[in-house]
Design a protein around this ligand. Structure first.
Ligand SMILES: *[C@@H]1O[C@H](CO)[C@@H](O)[C@H](O)[C@H]1NC(C)=O
Ligand SMILES: *[C@@H]1O[C@H](CO)[C@@H](O)[C@H](O)[C@H]1NC(C)=O
Ligand SMILES: *[C@@H]1O[C@H](CO)[C@@H](O)[C@H](O)[C@H]1NC(C)=O
Length: 391
């Protein structure tokens, strides 16, 4: 190369420096002009966001569908309409910001028309105008619609945030894998940030591998998608403006419990275990994937109607919702129930709403007073990292 006079070199490098600055600015503007939040979910002006989990409605045809496992004197006049009435009461009592249905929303083998059954099952949520989201269980597809069709019908309903699968995602197993972002309080510094992340996944129905019996599992493709989203959200949350020190807390919802749900007994869980843990017989590693991701604070499943506990393993709470539906098996005399999760924000020193401060949960029974039981704190900013501090 020809040697250039000194002044020429200076000019050239200043020009390329300016051009580099300009290009970086352009690229930044192109990728992230502002972190724009993609959903309508948001913490309210009291800094709270409340989720109602409805597990295992097992809805069939409505009034003509009998209740299972109720006391002899409760059999008469008991039907799917009692499940409907229970959701309506729960919505009225708790006024949730989001309702999440964690699968077996309909009992496929007993329905005459799956689309109609789905319409009846979700009707109270639709009528409430509260955003709602649903995932598949292992019984939803046993009627007149396949898993894909059940999810497609669900996605087409009013007020739902359910999605068939993530947009732009490469092939992913199952139907109804998606995430929802909950923005900070309107007018606060985190109003354009997702301060709480919800992940919803399809835990499948039954194994399709001949050598493996039993239930389905969360596949590698779904775990890769989850990790990708978790990392993307973390990066966005920890970048300017208002860069945070760590990921926003995550909550995960699906149907079939992970094998790790068997890690507890009554000495270290809150709630009850009245039947075995019906997990897949293989461990596909989703628990480990969540531990690695680092943002997930709690997992909420259904499937085992007579279990309703929450236990903590490696800083992740594993929680059952407890059986909700009257056409689902249960235990006579043991009330149908629902789980509520309340997430609260902290106030910054400037008196503005900031990031998540605590995640609490309790259950409500379908009795005369919708009794509240098993109130507990799943996570709070003060206790997070407690092991590190005492080490
Ligand atoms: C079902 O609903 C009917 C009508 O409201 C009511 O009389 C009955 O007690 C309910 N059954 C149960 C088990 O809650
Ligand atoms: C949030 O986004 C809105 C609309 O783009 C913008 O007007 C506002 O300044 C942003 N607020 C913050 C705190 O980033
Ligand atoms: C719960 O306690 C039992 C012993 O009672 C123990 O075997 C188990 O490892 C504990 N589980 C956790 C997650 O600490």
């Amino acid at each position: 190369m020809m040697r250039l006079p000194a002044n020429k070199i200076v000019t050239c490098s200043s020009m390329s420096f300016l051009r580099a600055v300009f290009m970086v600015a352009c690229i930044c503007m192109f990728i992230e002009p502002h972190y724009v939040i993609s959903t309508m979910l948001r913490f309210n002006t009291k800094g709270e966001f409340k989720i109602l989990q409805v597990a295992d409605m097992h809805y069939a045809n409505g009034k003509s569908t009998a209740c299972l496992d109720v006391l002899p004197n409760q059999v008469e006049g008991c039907s799917d309409l009692n499940t409907t009435a229970f959701i309506e009461r729960m919505i009225k009592a708790e006024k949730p910001d989001l309702i999440v249905f964690t699968g077996d929303n309909i009992m496929g083998i007993d329905v005459d028309d799956s689309a109609k059954s789905l319409d009846l099952a979700f009707a109270p949520a639709v009528a409430s105008s509260i955003p709602w989201a649903a995932v598949l269980g292992n019984h939803d597809q046993e009627g007149t619609l396949s898993r894909e069709e059940v999810m497609k019908h669900t996605v087409s309903m009013k007020n739902t945030l359910s999605l068939l699968n993530p947009p732009h995602a490469d092939k992913i197993d199952g139907f109804g894998n998606y995430n929802l972002e909950v923005a900070g309080v309107h007018g606060s510094p985190l109003q354009n940030r997702s301060v709480l992340n919800l992940y919803l996944l399809d835990s499948g129905d039954y194994s399709t591998v001949p050598s493996v019996l039993g239930y389905g599992w969360i596949k590698t493709s779904q775990q890769s998608w989850f990790l990708h989203i978790s990392r993307r959200l973390k990066k966005a949350y920890m970048s300017h403006p208002e860069a945070q020190k760590e990921s926003a807390p995550g909550l995960v919802f699906f149907h079939i419990p992970l094998p790790e749900f068997a890690s507890f007994d009554s000495s270290n869980f809150t709630g009850v275990k009245q039947e075995g843990i019906s997990s897949p017989t293989v461990n596909s590693g989703f628990f480990t994937t969540m531990v690695e991701a680092g943002d997930v604070k709690a997992v909420f499943v259904g499937h085992d109607h007579k279990n309703d506990f929450c236990g903590e393993l490696m800083d992740i709470h594993l929680c059952y919702g407890g059986g909700f539906g009257y056409h689902a098996y249960g235990k006579a005399g043991w009330a149908r129930r629902a789980r509520v999760v309340k997430v609260s924000l902290e106030k910054t020193v400037k008196g503005e709403w900031g990031p998540v401060m605590s995640i609490k949960t309790w259950k409500r029974l379908d009795d005369a007073h919708l009794s509240t039981i098993d109130d507990q704190i799943l996570w709070s900013k003060d206790t997070a990292g407690k092991l590190l501090q005492t080490a």
